[in-house]
Design a binder for this molecule. Sequence first.
Ligand code: C2E
Ligand code: CA
Ligand code: CA
Length: 403
Amino acid sequence: MSVLAKTNILIVDDSRAICEAIRAILFHLGVNSIEMEHDGYSAVERVKYGATQFDLIILDLHMPKMDGLQCLRNLERCQYKGAIVLMSGLEPRVLSSAIRASRQYNLNLLGSISKPFLEINFRIMLQRLEGTQQFSLKSTEGFLKRREVEDAIELNQLTPYYQPIVNIQSGEIDYFEVLLRADVPGKGIVPPNLIIPVAEKFDLIQQLTFGTFKKALNELGPLFESNNGYKMSINLSPKMLENRALPDTVEAIVEEAQISPESIVFEITETGIINRTGLTYEVLDRLIIKGFKLAMDDFGTGFSNVEQLTSMPFTHLKIDRCFVHGISHDEISQVIVKSLMEIAKVLKMEVIAEGVESYQDFETVKEIGCAHVQGYIISKPKPISEINRWISGWHGLMASKVG
Ligand code: C2E
Ligand code: CA
Ligand code: CA
């Protein structure tokens, strides 16, 4: 977590003891720059006039004088651009309703934490903060320049990698997730976290995604024909869900590639739909109506509760890596994954465990009954030139198990 060493965090809680407890956890997780305030006024003043530009504010809802919601309104007024995590010791329902209320503000809400909290709650939030969409462009080390992103799109430098998701019970390959990469002269293969924030900032994200999508359909399309039943998933940036034309555009793209929408899963991160509007719902519904599938990505790291899950038309649920990595010796993660499985069963959603790396975690996930797995233990993401060989190897492995 090297990027965390450069992250500035402000903890706002009227209890000094709680501030200290959170500080200790964050420090343990690798954050060095942590400041504290004990009331909303001082927090807002600090953001407005202080020397530090914060990447994250951890904000208690229940504080005397200016409470958390008032504080949010003031943070919006002073155009705070970092992320926010809400925290509350009140009933979970109060937290949910506060989250609903706070959606009206133009703020970057990263997640919520109920008290009493555990280290894992903060680990999840920091992982999100490190994630591509949320992290500010303050430290631009290694990021592509705007011109380089434009070139990557125009000069055919987009080089999607593919990572399989398999059914470990049947041995079948479920689908391949398309993971963006660009092959930039002088730099080699550049990963998505150095491209996507730039594309989002300069309004290039649609071109970038559609370019990657077309290339992936082109490269994987022939496999779809020869092995009926293969699917492909592609990540959509939350910003794209605000485009009313998206369902028609992607429909035209698959039509041209002669691939059926049923073979395509769009992955959208849970945090990406936090600030959703009526338009987002419309776009998601129309994608489903057209026959596409929808996966909620990185599930467990945002705000969603069962009620929110039922209100949206997702067909797949991808359990975030932070619950899966190390699950074999983490009872809390086991309980969380088990209960997510039960919820998904009721909602008839397919559950995928992301980021299975070790044999022990693989066995635990299997025991819990999660059949669909993605992770380095199955395969790292690979360019198209290596996919056919991987498929043959996988089928060989499965045949040897049966035989
Ligand atoms: P994601 O959608 O959660 O994709 C999975 C990420 O986890 C990939 O990183 C993959 O290489 C990595 N991964 C898979 N299995 C394991 C494992 O066992 N252990 C570990 N440690 N990591 C594993 P990658 O390719 O660097 O992508 C990072 C993120 O960038 C993706 O996370 C996704 O949010 C975003 N992204 C990638 N392609 C696109 C795209 O075309 N559009 C948009 N909007 N976002 C994209
Ligand atoms: Ca994904
Ligand atoms: Ca994911």
